[in-house]
Design a protein around this ligand. Structure first.
Ligand code: CA
Length: 228
Protein backbone atom coordinates (compact mmCIF):
# COMPACT_ATOMS: atom_id res chain seq x y z
CA UNK A 1 0.00 0.00 0.00
CA UNK A 2 1.07 3.56 -0.61
CA UNK A 3 0.40 5.36 2.64
CA UNK A 4 0.43 9.00 3.72
CA UNK A 5 1.19 9.05 7.45
CA UNK A 6 0.53 12.29 9.32
CA UNK A 7 1.92 12.32 12.86
CA UNK A 8 3.88 14.91 14.86
CA UNK A 9 5.03 12.61 17.66
CA UNK A 10 8.45 11.58 16.32
CA UNK A 11 9.16 8.53 18.45
CA UNK A 12 5.66 7.14 17.94
CA UNK A 13 5.89 7.87 14.22
CA UNK A 14 9.28 6.18 13.87
CA UNK A 15 8.10 3.00 15.57
CA UNK A 16 5.04 2.74 13.34
CA UNK A 17 7.07 3.65 10.22
CA UNK A 18 9.52 0.82 10.82
CA UNK A 19 6.70 -1.70 11.23
CA UNK A 20 4.76 -0.47 8.20
CA UNK A 21 7.81 -0.37 5.93
CA UNK A 22 8.96 -3.79 7.13
CA UNK A 23 5.68 -5.11 5.71
CA UNK A 24 6.41 -3.71 2.29
CA UNK A 25 4.32 -0.55 2.43
CA UNK A 26 5.53 2.62 0.77
CA UNK A 27 5.06 5.27 3.46
CA UNK A 28 5.37 9.03 3.20
CA UNK A 29 5.60 10.55 6.65
CA UNK A 30 4.82 14.20 7.36
CA UNK A 31 4.55 15.87 10.75
CA UNK A 32 2.35 18.91 10.13
CA UNK A 33 -1.13 19.46 8.79
CA UNK A 34 0.12 21.89 6.22
CA UNK A 35 2.69 19.46 4.79
CA UNK A 36 0.02 16.72 4.79
CA UNK A 37 -2.29 18.81 2.61
CA UNK A 38 0.58 19.61 0.24
CA UNK A 39 1.69 15.96 0.05
CA UNK A 40 -1.88 14.80 -0.59
CA UNK A 41 -2.28 17.30 -3.42
CA UNK A 42 0.94 16.14 -5.08
CA UNK A 43 0.66 12.36 -5.06
CA UNK A 44 -1.89 9.55 -5.00
CA UNK A 45 -2.16 7.42 -1.87
CA UNK A 46 -4.07 4.21 -1.19
CA UNK A 47 -4.77 5.18 2.40
CA UNK A 48 -4.07 8.03 4.84
CA UNK A 49 -3.21 7.53 8.52
CA UNK A 50 -4.02 10.79 10.24
CA UNK A 51 -3.22 11.84 13.80
CA UNK A 52 -5.80 14.34 15.06
CA UNK A 53 -3.47 16.15 17.49
CA UNK A 54 -1.07 18.07 15.24
CA UNK A 55 1.04 21.08 16.20
CA UNK A 56 0.00 23.51 13.47
CA UNK A 57 -3.69 22.69 13.00
CA UNK A 58 -6.40 20.34 14.10
CA UNK A 59 -6.31 17.00 12.28
CA UNK A 60 -9.99 17.37 11.45
CA UNK A 61 -9.01 20.35 9.24
CA UNK A 62 -6.68 18.05 7.31
CA UNK A 63 -9.49 15.51 7.04
CA UNK A 64 -11.81 18.16 5.62
CA UNK A 65 -9.19 19.21 3.08
CA UNK A 66 -8.65 15.59 2.00
CA UNK A 67 -12.40 14.93 1.72
CA UNK A 68 -12.89 18.01 -0.41
CA UNK A 69 -10.60 16.39 -2.99
CA UNK A 70 -10.88 12.61 -2.83
CA UNK A 71 -12.47 9.55 -1.25
CA UNK A 72 -9.12 8.03 -0.23
CA UNK A 73 -9.68 5.94 2.92
CA UNK A 74 -8.57 7.79 6.07
CA UNK A 75 -7.76 6.00 9.31
CA UNK A 76 -7.72 8.49 12.17
CA UNK A 77 -5.40 8.09 15.16
CA UNK A 78 -6.08 9.90 18.35
CA UNK A 79 -5.07 10.07 21.97
CA UNK A 80 -8.34 11.81 22.69
CA UNK A 81 -10.82 9.84 24.64
CA UNK A 82 -14.54 10.09 24.28
CA UNK A 83 -17.12 9.67 21.62
CA UNK A 84 -17.39 13.28 20.56
CA UNK A 85 -14.17 13.50 18.58
CA UNK A 86 -14.71 9.98 17.26
CA UNK A 87 -18.16 10.79 15.91
CA UNK A 88 -16.86 14.12 14.64
CA UNK A 89 -14.04 12.41 12.73
CA UNK A 90 -16.38 9.79 11.26
CA UNK A 91 -18.88 12.49 10.31
CA UNK A 92 -16.11 14.35 8.50
CA UNK A 93 -15.41 11.29 6.42
CA UNK A 94 -12.85 9.26 8.34
CA UNK A 95 -13.21 5.57 7.54
CA UNK A 96 -12.10 4.28 10.89
CA UNK A 97 -10.78 5.56 14.19
CA UNK A 98 -8.10 4.09 16.44
CA UNK A 99 -7.44 5.40 19.94
CA UNK A 100 -3.85 5.36 21.21
CA UNK A 101 -2.43 3.21 22.62
CA UNK A 102 -3.40 0.35 20.33
CA UNK A 103 -2.09 -3.07 19.37
CA UNK A 104 -0.24 -3.18 16.06
CA UNK A 105 -2.07 -6.31 14.89
CA UNK A 106 -5.45 -4.71 15.33
CA UNK A 107 -4.19 -1.51 13.73
CA UNK A 108 -2.97 -3.42 10.64
CA UNK A 109 -6.31 -5.23 10.32
CA UNK A 110 -8.15 -1.90 10.39
CA UNK A 111 -5.73 -0.41 7.91
CA UNK A 112 -6.28 -3.29 5.49
CA UNK A 113 -10.05 -3.05 5.94
CA UNK A 114 -9.97 0.71 5.25
CA UNK A 115 -7.90 0.05 2.13
CA UNK A 116 -10.29 -2.64 0.88
CA UNK A 117 -13.31 -0.40 1.38
CA UNK A 118 -11.56 2.22 -0.73
CA UNK A 119 -10.98 -0.17 -3.62
CA UNK A 120 -13.07 0.92 -6.58
CA UNK A 121 -16.04 -1.04 -7.83
CA UNK A 122 -17.93 -3.96 -6.38
CA UNK A 123 -15.87 -6.75 -4.91
CA UNK A 124 -15.29 -9.52 -7.33
CA UNK A 125 -15.75 -12.60 -5.23
CA UNK A 126 -17.71 -15.81 -5.44
CA UNK A 127 -18.54 -17.34 -2.10
CA UNK A 128 -19.68 -20.85 -1.40
CA UNK A 129 -21.92 -21.19 1.62
CA UNK A 130 -23.26 -24.70 1.96
CA UNK A 131 -25.07 -25.58 -1.29
CA UNK A 132 -25.25 -21.98 -2.42
CA UNK A 133 -22.86 -19.86 -4.46
CA UNK A 134 -22.99 -16.09 -4.05
CA UNK A 135 -21.57 -13.89 -6.79
CA UNK A 136 -21.04 -10.60 -4.95
CA UNK A 137 -20.30 -8.50 -8.03
CA UNK A 138 -23.30 -9.76 -10.04
CA UNK A 139 -25.54 -10.09 -6.97
CA UNK A 140 -26.53 -13.56 -8.11
CA UNK A 141 -27.07 -16.77 -6.23
CA UNK A 142 -26.77 -20.19 -7.80
CA UNK A 143 -27.64 -23.48 -6.26
CA UNK A 144 -27.56 -27.12 -7.31
CA UNK A 145 -30.11 -28.39 -4.90
CA UNK A 146 -32.64 -26.31 -3.11
CA UNK A 147 -34.68 -23.38 -4.46
CA UNK A 148 -32.47 -20.34 -4.89
CA UNK A 149 -33.18 -17.58 -2.36
CA UNK A 150 -33.29 -13.91 -3.26
CA UNK A 151 -31.51 -11.28 -1.18
CA UNK A 152 -32.55 -7.68 -0.69
CA UNK A 153 -29.89 -4.96 -1.28
CA UNK A 154 -29.39 -4.57 2.48
CA UNK A 155 -28.91 -8.32 2.86
CA UNK A 156 -26.36 -8.27 0.05
CA UNK A 157 -24.59 -5.38 1.70
CA UNK A 158 -24.46 -7.17 5.06
CA UNK A 159 -23.19 -10.34 3.40
CA UNK A 160 -20.53 -8.35 1.52
CA UNK A 161 -19.19 -6.61 4.63
CA UNK A 162 -18.95 -9.93 6.48
CA UNK A 163 -17.35 -11.61 3.45
CA UNK A 164 -14.74 -8.86 3.12
CA UNK A 165 -13.64 -9.52 6.68
CA UNK A 166 -13.15 -13.16 5.78
CA UNK A 167 -14.25 -14.98 8.96
CA UNK A 168 -13.02 -12.20 11.26
CA UNK A 169 -15.49 -11.17 13.96
CA UNK A 170 -17.06 -7.92 12.86
CA UNK A 171 -18.30 -5.85 15.81
CA UNK A 172 -21.99 -4.93 15.74
CA UNK A 173 -21.27 -1.21 15.65
CA UNK A 174 -18.95 -1.61 12.67
CA UNK A 175 -21.54 -3.65 10.77
CA UNK A 176 -24.21 -1.06 11.49
CA UNK A 177 -21.95 1.74 10.35
CA UNK A 178 -20.78 0.04 7.18
CA UNK A 179 -24.16 -1.28 6.08
CA UNK A 180 -26.55 1.40 7.33
CA UNK A 181 -24.41 4.40 8.23
CA UNK A 182 -22.97 6.28 11.18
CA UNK A 183 -26.37 7.29 12.57
CA UNK A 184 -27.30 3.63 13.09
CA UNK A 185 -24.45 2.34 15.23
CA UNK A 186 -26.68 1.67 18.22
CA UNK A 187 -29.53 0.06 16.29
CA UNK A 188 -28.78 -3.49 17.36
CA UNK A 189 -32.32 -4.53 16.48
CA UNK A 190 -31.63 -3.84 12.80
CA UNK A 191 -28.81 -6.36 12.91
CA UNK A 192 -30.76 -9.00 14.77
CA UNK A 193 -33.57 -8.71 12.21
CA UNK A 194 -31.31 -8.83 9.16
CA UNK A 195 -29.05 -11.55 10.50
CA UNK A 196 -32.04 -13.76 11.13
CA UNK A 197 -33.40 -13.00 7.64
CA UNK A 198 -30.05 -13.89 6.10
CA UNK A 199 -29.84 -17.07 8.15
CA UNK A 200 -33.24 -18.19 6.91
CA UNK A 201 -31.87 -17.85 3.37
CA UNK A 202 -28.41 -19.35 3.70
CA UNK A 203 -28.38 -21.72 6.64
CA UNK A 204 -29.56 -25.33 6.48
CA UNK A 205 -30.94 -24.95 10.01
CA UNK A 206 -31.35 -21.24 10.90
CA UNK A 207 -31.75 -22.16 14.57
CA UNK A 208 -28.31 -23.83 14.59
CA UNK A 209 -26.25 -21.61 12.29
CA UNK A 210 -23.13 -23.09 10.75
CA UNK A 211 -22.04 -20.15 8.58
CA UNK A 212 -23.30 -16.85 9.95
CA UNK A 213 -22.13 -17.04 13.54
CA UNK A 214 -22.93 -14.87 16.55
CA UNK A 215 -20.19 -13.83 18.93
CA UNK A 216 -22.34 -12.98 21.95
CA UNK A 217 -22.06 -9.35 23.01
CA UNK A 218 -19.50 -8.58 20.27
CA UNK A 219 -20.70 -9.13 16.75
CA UNK A 220 -20.93 -11.60 13.91
CA UNK A 221 -18.72 -13.46 11.50
CA UNK A 222 -19.25 -15.34 8.29
CA UNK A 223 -17.62 -18.65 7.56
CA UNK A 224 -17.62 -18.97 3.80
CA UNK A 225 -15.39 -20.53 1.19
CA UNK A 226 -14.03 -18.16 -1.44
CA UNK A 227 -14.24 -20.07 -4.74
CA UNK A 228 -13.63 -17.37 -7.29
CA1 CA B 1 0.07 14.12 17.86
Amino acid sequence: MKILFVEDDTSFANALLISLRARGNEVKHVSTGKSAIVAFANAKFDVVILDLGLSDMDGTEVLKAIRSKANTPVLVLSARMGEVSKVEALDLGADDYVTKPFGFGEFLARLRAAHRRGSPGPINQILKIGELQFNLAQKEITSQAKPTPKLTPTEWSLLEVLALENSRIVPREELLRRVWGEAFINEYDYLRVYVSQLRRKLEVDPAEPAYLLTEPGIGYRLIAEVVG
